[in-house]
Write a protein that binds this ligand. Sequence first.
Ligand SMILES: C[S@@+](CC[C@H](N)C(=O)[O-])C[C@H]1O[C@@H](n2cnc3c(N)ncnc32)[C@H](O)[C@@H]1O
Length: 271
Amino acid sequence: MAFSPSEPQRDTCFGCGATTSSPSSRGLIHARSAFILPEIAEYLRAHTTPPTPAQEKARDEIHRQDPDAVYHAIGDDQALLLEILTSVTRTRRALELGTGSGYATLSLARGVGEHGQVVTCDIEQKRLDRAAVIWQGAGVAERIVAFCGPAEALLQEGNTPYGLAFIDADKEGTLTYVNALLDGKLTEGGLIVVDNTLYLGLVLEPGAATTSATAPIARPDYWKRERDYRAEAAIFREFNRAIKNDPRAKVLPLPIGDGLTIIQKVSHSIR
Ligand SMILES: C[S@@+](CC[C@H](N)C(=O)[O-])C[C@H]1O[C@@H](n2cnc3c(N)ncnc32)[C@H](O)[C@@H]1O
């Protein structure tokens, strides 16, 4: 999941505060690192490799399919990081839990290369159907195997481990999925990337003093009300604590997007 802004913020980049008058998704999602000072975020954006024309086309198509979906997709900075991590680890078989718009899947597919494979799943067939259009348009459809069903079921399938897994499905399941991967579904030394681990900044202990950098994010009226954001933040507060203390994992939470944690599966001997 990425951010779900309420209407007034729709034309403003979370990362740098830049605004766009265009209804297009371009220029809007380029960075979502809302935990970084706006001027630094803009500097980072200006010095980051931009999305390819195929990725920009995918963004526009996602926006055309469903303007809301574009706000749930990962940001371009996260997308690039996913692609780099997938390729630098020479992952040939990647996993994604929670396909959503298919934009992150596209990054994984770029990262595994033309002979690689991405296995992805979502509980909503409608999302998989829309994502298939994105993958076709970007020329990576043949690298992707999509399942309609819960992440937990997919993790019980097969014995071949994945080299990298990206987790962005139901928040409640996050720790279960990470445990399954560390228990055997991930190669030794493989990576797990988990989205939303700062959860709007609400992972800070309730009542914690906030600075100017976190206060706008932690403002509860900023977000749609139909979800219990504080309950979901509590899930990540517990997740962050548990994974930090897990002897099977090296853990690096990054303040990009809504918080992106990189976990490497390690044996005791190399921790
Ligand atoms: C925030 S979206 C993922 C966005 C995606 N990373 C992107 O770049 O577009 C979360 C997705 O997880 C799916 N989902 C929710 N619960 C799930 C579950 N138990 N198993 C698999 N997918 C699930 C939702 O249907 C939704 O499409």
